[in-house]
Design a protein around this ligand. Structure first.
Ligand code: ADP
Length: 918
């Protein structure tokens, strides 16, 4: 990365032209950034920096030569800057924009330039560089000691702060290393600052740009001084203070370092335990915001029916931090129900919301002094839409609270309307912004200009009469101003008071003393009017900025209305039902009361899968509190979809949404844990048993009786014996110690006997059937455990030759007796995993006492041997379900070919083998 001043320029610093010397001075001060230097209509970079900018932005480099030698330069056109800035930010560059801070026309000598803004991925405020419907956060993790190590002893807590510099939202919390990891996953920052003494391992999980700051900004006293400008810093923990103070100091720095950011109205202190906790693994496993396999749809995409950027960000936040307070959850459900029941209200509100601009970001731009006249008009139009929203919800009891907050700020709207024309130009320095009648003085200056122009407009007529020159014309050029033009043939009729201004080929141009006077008057008046307009506008903007608290409160209400009506729309359009929250339910640590009721869903669906699966099969879930449901069934039968849909119902309900089911009765869950699917491991770039165990550790440590735990194929990454043992021990622990409601999908069929020994362990299974010669998964959950031989059965359904199926059944039986036939329950107790069954076929086939039914050993058939090798070598951990199916199809084809040659051909079943979860 090339940042700061290019080395080649520093080397010959003394010889540089004054402008390049100025560039080097600025660049040296911003040595962690690419400096873009305003020259004319371009932002320029030079030498090595030019090479880098040209490469990233795909711009042409230009070789320059001056008295001091040659150098390269490259320029970003100012008009088109956002496009290129975005590329630099995406490449994780900080960009310091050095603008001309002096009017070039007034400058004597070199124009003064200074960095007016430092753009970084986490602190951008430019509308063009931001995603409208999501927040862009920069986060900061710090220890209580900040810069000084001594104080951190005995105080392991970290502060975690985050701010969205475009909207001013700022919040902070504190916790241990695990809490930091979880918070960073939820915040999803674009940029991260770490204080001195923060163990790098703690922030390892955050996949974003790291920014180094001067350790001094993390000094407790320095941080407190900054935080004091925004909040009562005594309210915060020591570590929170350091994190928030250091972060805000950085935010100020990126906005030009001229004082506190007024629109950061408060620094919210929060406790992550006051919301349904979802760690990185759960967020990923449930695909709330990102999708790593398949359709590309996420839960958020599916339910997002918001109409404004404000609402979209709010809904995202609700889903990211669902509630755990029963009253608050029900209040949201009440409001959603109110909108869901009233189609007209909902439609009116949504139509009005469509006219709403992004109030939060508008308020931010206004406070930063960066709003133009169009921004103020957008604010006006948004305020004008508020009464319609308020009227629409007027008689709805459940919406009374939000209605009260929908203050249309009439005074502000009227002020803007009186001041700013309806369709103002983009530039605020060239006039045309302020309405007539707003300011007397401006009106007077304008009328002077207007009268002057009228006088000139009539001049041609008058002069033609006076001089008798019929073709005399009055015109204007930028360079020469107003003139009277007379053709060469008429020059003898020119009166004495005409003074020559310019000679052309066929004519002469003149002016008169009066014309000159009028011209000066007009230009003077226009210039003055422009300057006055700018001043009036800036004043107005400041007055609006003073109202940022009220605008912020309104923005909050609009965001809520949008999110609530969006949830109602999703509920109506997708046929979701209002969940009944179990009486007494609360996961805030108080009395759990009837929370004992657990999760009860009738005909529930997976909100995302049902969108793409035309015949989605609804399933019930009856999970009294503390139930451990062991779910068996072949791959692709729907286990993981089922487990996720139960968890998603809980998440949706606690976010305030209705849920995809016919009826729903739900508790308040404190935390959802997931350890699902092999594909997740691959998404994380880590496909190891170690990681699986680490995730299991988290679950076992932290799950409580109010938690919901999803475990898919635990123990798959090790030997069958070990895996089975770990899985069994985990189930026992969750049942006996944690008491957590658990959905446990497993291939270890022998675990199903746990139901006999533990009262809250139940067996459920998914089955497959055959239709038209094809294996069909019914996707229907049933009581009891799957048959232990389901793998072989599916192989049979899939068309694996009978001889192989028979042999596989034998091997399952043999394995069962090897295992000592631990229970009289037969099938339901002991099973070789399908993986193992195939291993047996592959490796032991030839030396078993019962050879395949038909003649000839397949081992000697090279086609079969090759097939088996390929089958064994197929890395299941790196195979998606679709790829697995394709491989299965291919294996079948090869098996059939082999079968044609060798009637007793073996086959295999890629769908069944312990390939597992996904
Ligand atoms: P498993 O976890 O048992 O391997 P999945 O839950 O991943 O199976 O489901 C496999 C596929 O089956 C899913 O991608 C989905 O397309 C389909 N599916 C799952 N559940 C259902 C259902 N209830 N109705 C219809 N299709 C389903």
């Amino acid at each position: 990365m090339v940042t700061g001043a290019p080395a080649t320029m520093l080397d010959r610093r003394e010889e540089l032209t004054p402008m390049l010397a100025q560039y080097v001075d600025v660049a040296e001060r911003y040595d962690d950034a690419v400096v873009l230097f305003r020259v004319g209509d371009f932002y320029k970079a030079f030498c090595e920096a030019a090479d880098e900018v040209a490469r990233i932005c795909e711009l042409t480099r230009i070789e320059r030569e001056d008295s001091t030698g040659t150098y390269t330069a490259c320029g970003i056109p100012v008009d088109n800057a956002p496009k290129y800035l975005k590329r630099l930010l995406d490449a994780e560059y900080r960009v310091a924009v050095a603008d001309q801070v002096e009017d070039p026309e007034e400058a004597s000598g070199l124009v003064e330039r200074a960095v007016t803004q430092v753009l970084t991925p986490g602190t951008v405020v430019e509308e063009e560089l931001l995603a409208a419907g999501s927040n862009t956060y920069v986060a900061c993790v710090a220890t209580a000691a900040g810069g000084s190590e001594k104080e951190s002893e005995g105080n392991p807590a970290y502060g975690v702060a985050h701010v969205d510099v475009s909207t001013g939202e700022c919040a902070v919390t504190a916790g241990d290393a695990a809490a930091v990891d979880e918070e960073l996953a939820r915040i999803g920052p674009a940029e991260l600052l770490c204080g001195p003494g923060v163990d790098p391992a703690v922030v390892d999980g955050a996949d974003c740009m790291r920014t180094e700051r001067d350790p001094e900004t993390f000094e407790p006293d320095a941080a407190r001084a900054v935080l004091d400008r925004y909040a009562e810093s005594e309210r915060f923990d020591a570590a929170e203070r350091v994190a928030a103070g250091a972060l805000l100091s950085y935010a100020e720095y990126t906005q030009g370092d001229d004082g506190p950011l007024e629109y950061v109205r408060r620094v919210r202190r929060y406790d992550p335990r006051r919301s349904l906790r979802l760690d990185a693994t759960a967020l990923r496993g449930l695909e709330l915001f990102e999708n790593h396999v398949g359709s590309g749809r996420t839960l958020f995409d599916t339910i997002d029916e918001t109409r404004s950027a404000l609402g979209r960000r709010r809904l995202r936040a609700w889903l990211r931090r669902p509630l755990v307070d029963r009253e608050a959850i029900e209040a949201r459900h009440d409001a959603v129900a109110a909108f869901a029941e009233r189609t007209l209200v909902r439609e009116d509100v949504r139509e009005a919301l469509s006219a709403a601009y992004d109030l939060e970001r508008l308020a931010g731009r206004i406070s930063r002094g960066r709003a133009d006249a169009r921004d103020l008009r957008s604010l006006h139009d948004t305020l004008a839409a508020v009464p319609a929203i308020r009227d629409a919800v007027a008689d709805v009891e459940a919406l009374a609270e939000v209605r009260a907050d929908l203050d249309p700020l009439d005074d502000l709207r009227e002020l803007i309307d009186a001041a700013v024309v309806e369709e103002p130009p983009q530039e605020i320095t060239d006039g045309g912004v302020i309405r007539a009648g707003y300011d007397d003085e401006l009106d007077e200056v304008r009328s002077t200009a207007r009268e002057g122009r009228e006088w000139i407009a009539n001049l041609e007529e008058r002069e033609r009469e006076r001089t008798g020159i019929d073709n005399l014309e009055v015109g204007y050029t930028q360079v020469h101003g107003y003139f009277i033009e007379v053709t060469n043939g008429q020059l003898d009729r020119v009166p004495d008071d005409y003074t020559r201004r310019q000679t052309l080929k066929n004519s002469e141009r003149f002016y008169t003393p009066e014309l000159k006077r009028r011209e000066d008057e007009i230009l003077g008046a226009e210039e003055r009017a422009d300057a006055m307009e700018y001043e009036l506008f800036a004043d107005l903007r400041d007055r609006v900025a003073e109202e940022s608290d009220r605008i912020g409160a309104l923005a909050d209400a609009v965001a809520r209305v949008d999110a609530l009506s969006a949830l109602a729309t999703a509920a109506v359009e997708r046929d979701y039902v209002r969940p009944e929250i179990v009486a007494g339910a609360d996961a805030t640590g108080g009395d759990t009361g009837d929370n004992d009721d657990g999760i009860h869903l009738k005909r529930s669906r997976h909100p995302v899968v049902e969108e793409t699966e035309p015949e989605f099969v609804p399933n019930d879930a009856d999970l009294p509190r503390g139930t451990v449901a062991l779910i068996t069934g072949p791959n692709m039968s729907g286990k993981s979809t089922y487990m996720r849909q139960v968890a998603l119902a809980v998440v949706l309900s606690q976010a305030g949404s209705f849920v995809p089911a016919e009826t729903a009765r739900l508790p308040v869950v404190d935390r959802v844990f997931t350890r699902v699917g092999a594909s997740d491991d691959i998404a994380g770039g880590e496909s190891t048993f170690m990681r699986e165990m680490r995730e299991l550790t988290d679950v076992l440590h932290d799950a409580t009786g109010d938690s919901l735990v999803l475990l898919d194929e635990v123990g798959r990454g090790t030997s069958t014996t070990d895996g089975r043992a770990i899985a069994r021990a985990a189930v026992e622990f969750l049942h006996d110690e944690a008491g957590a409601t658990t959905l446990f999908a497993t291939h270890y069929h022998e675990l199903t006997d746990l139901a006999d020994e533990h009262d809250r362990v139940v067996n459920r299974h998914f089955a497959a059937t055959e239709r038209d010669g094809e294996v069909t998964f019914l996707h229907r959950i049933r009581e009891g455990a799957a048959s232990s031989s389901y793998g072989v059965e599916v192989a049979d359904l899939a068309g694996v030759p009978d001889s192989v199926v028979a042999r596989a059944h034998d091997l399952v039986a043999a394995d069962r007796s090897d295992a000592g036939d631990r229970s009289a329950a037969g099938d339901d107790t002991v099973e070789a995993t399908p993986q193992r069954t195939l291993d047996e076929i592959a490796t032991n086939g030839h030396d078993t006492s019962s050879p395949p039914a038909a003649s000839g050993s397949p081992r000697h058939d090279p086609a079969v041997a090759g097939l088996l090798t390929d089958l064994r070598d197929l890395s299941l951990a790196e195979t998606t379900p679709l790829e697995a199916l394709n491989s299965l199809h291919e294996f079948q084809r090869r098996a059939e070919e082999a079968g044609d040659v060798n009637r007793d051909g073996y086959d295999d079943d890629g769908a069944v083998p312990g390939g597992g979860g996904q």
